[in-house]
Design a protein around this ligand. Structure first.
Ligand code: TYM
Length: 378
């Protein structure tokens, strides 16, 4: 038995990504396929080169469609239960790279309904307010309203509902229980919810059919997300065929780890995550207290070197903040050799994080003026 758990609502223990690929039945995204994606996109991305995006479903089929010049779409999302943290930004940064490369539309779902159903302590008004707030982060990353539809579930449900019904009708309670582990105490909204998360994967084909009048038009969809969301789309893929839509393809990222050394930043432990709304001072303080791969004493670290594999500071640089491969390799070498100690490494990361936050927060505030243009109401 694996000693970790990954579901859309919980990540616990030390995640073994190879084991997860086996458990979930996905494919590894490495070697030739990673290179093919970079070639098709016209340039590489550091998250691809470093195997941060490490797993996929049907990516080759999606790339076939792109290479043949067919219309394609991207789909990703956010469950608005609080402020956005840096882990959430990872799939969005990668999505931006893909959107720029393929010139296609992005459907971005804000599941305010999900967070209301799954979180005891949140009201509908609160999750809706977070949806609007979190949307600012998307705009700050440079997405443009003419190619990005943000779908807030409770606001756009009229367009999602028929599709969610189609998915729900083809999904049995026993399938939902097997995939998500629901039990008799689960509220029935939570059981239905997964069909709402399926809907945007089918929506681009529906809109294309409406626009062209072609009953069988299909638009292949690629979903970038962390691996925790995969169970939803396993279900989507099972039913989409039966409903006459293409199976959505997926690319999965690893989790940006907790600053405290755990597997995934946790929204319930504010010190383990950096939020896009943190002041630069707070973010710096969190980085300076981070869990590292250092030794008990300076003398030991100089003699034996640090371990970048377990070091959250090194992992933040690798997964997010140091896109330059040569600089990263040199820093990790020096850390391993004991030439760079934790204090300096943390200071280096803190500089990058605070610079990022200042710029992101400036763009985030600017976006308040234009954000309404992103919201899609059908
Ligand atoms: P949510 O809000 O939990 O997460 C938003 C996105 O961030 C990913 N993620 C992470 N990625 C890297 N490191 C982490 N530490 C980390 N934590 C979370 C998630 O996988 C997700 O991609 N139900 C979804 C919202 C949703 C969605 C979608 C997500 C609706 N449709 C389609 C992806 C694709 C949710 O609650 O995400």
């Amino acid at each position: 038995m694996a000693d970790f758990v990954v579901t859309p609502w919980e990540v616990r223990g030390s995640v073994d990504y190879d084991e997860l690929v086996r458990q979930f039945g996905t494919q590894r995204l490495d070697g030739g396929l990673a290179e093919r994606l970079a070639r098709t996109a016209g340039e590489s991305h550091f998250m691809l080169r470093r195997n941060v995006f490490f797993s996929h479903r049907d990516l080759p089929q999606f790339l076939d469609a792109v290479e043949r010049g067919r219309k394609v779409a991207l789909y990703t999302g956010r469950g608005p239960s609080g402020s956005t943290h840096l882990g959430h930004l990872m799939p969005w940064v990668f999505t931006k790279y893909l959107q720029d490369a393929f010139g296609c539309e992005l459907y971005f779902q804000m599941t305010d309904d999900e967070k209301y159903l799954f979180k005891e302590n949140l009201t509908r008004e609160e999750t809706l307010a977070y949806a609007r707030e979190n949307a600012l982060d998307l705009a700050a990353l440079g997405f443009k309203p003419d190619k990005t539809k943000i779908i807030i579930d409770t606001q756009a449900i009229k367009r999602l509902y028929p599709l969610a019904l189609d998915v729900a009708k083809k999904t049995t309670l026993s399938t939902a229980r097997a995939i998500f582990g629901f039990d008799n105490s689960t509220n029935i909204g939570s059981v239905f919810f997964t069909s709402v998360q399926s809907a945007p994967a089918l929506l681009p084909s529906v809109l294309e059919r409406e626009k062209t009048g072609k009953k069988n038009a299909v638009v292949p969809v690629l979903i970038p997300c962390a691996i925790d969301q995969d169970p939803h789309f396993r279900l989507t893929r099972d039913v989409s065929d039966k409903l006459g839509y293409p199976k959505p393809a997926l690319v999965h990222t690893r989790f940006l780890p907790s600053l405290r050394g755990g597997e995934k930043m946790s929204a319930s432990d504010a010190e383990s995550s950096i939020y896009t709304t943190d002041t630069p001072e707070d973010a710096e303080r969190k980085v300076m207290r981070a869990f590292t791969g250092g030794r008990a004493t300076v003398e030991e670290q100089r003699r034996l070197g640090g371990d970048p594999e377990v070091c959250s500071v090194c992992n933040y640089l690798k997964m997010f903040f140091e896109p330059d491969d040569a600089k990263l390799a040199e820093r990790l070498r020096a850390y391993r050799a004991g030439e760079i100690l934790d204090g300096e490494n943390k200071q280096y990361l803190a500089g990058k994080v605070t610079a990022f936050l200042k710029e992101h927060q400036r763009k985030r505030e600017q976006a308040r003026k234009t954000i309404d243009k992103f919201f899609w109401e059908g």
